[in-house]
Design a binder for this molecule. Sequence first.
Ligand SMILES: Cc1cc2nc3c(=O)[nH]c(=O)nc-3n(C[C@H](O)[C@H](O)[C@H](O)COP(=O)(O)O)c2cc1C
Length: 169
Amino acid sequence: MSNQYQHIAEGLKDVMRLLPYPVTVVTAAYGKRFRGITIGSFTSLSLQPPLVTFNVNCESQMHSLLEDADRFVVHIPGEDQDEICSRFALPDQEDAEQFEGLNYTREPGEPPVLSDVIAELHCTMFRMFRAGDHSIIIGSVERIQRNREEPSILYCNGAYQALKLDSSG
Ligand SMILES: Cc1cc2nc3c(=O)[nH]c(=O)nc-3n(C[C@H](O)[C@H](O)[C@H](O)COP(=O)(O)O)c2cc1C
């Protein structure tokens, strides 16, 4: 990182640790390749049309795959699925190695779909553009699959957290 930004960038990382954010796993495929990545920058963007967005590091293996892929699936893990999130955040894994021992389905050329997550958003690529060392991905939501009623998982202060919902109201 250039010295010009290093001080502010470290401060920014430090402050961002204070903010809880949702954790998703995005999968994509192109030709024989298929992989997933843990993403904390996911949010919805628009309802008319239905769009979602997240950011991907340009250095990640997933970045090069998303440059080619025209579809991806955003998985929303439940509060007890931190292992899946950790798995797809591990660096330097081969495509198939990421999915070893996991329950998932896959049609040729299609993004893998992880079983047992609480929801899936099946998207087509709407836009992808560079912003600094990341690219902003915008997806058009084509289909939504709800599998279970359960709170999703969060990340805050360097750890996965379960959302403590107030059930008194
Ligand atoms: C909770 C959490 C959230 C993350 N969010 C993002 C994100 O939004 N964008 C990103 O590029 N990497 C994010 N990462 C890092 C990637 O998951 C990680 O660098 C991954 O191994 C890189 O994928 P690759 O195998 O495609 O290189 C996050 C990691 C964690 C643990």
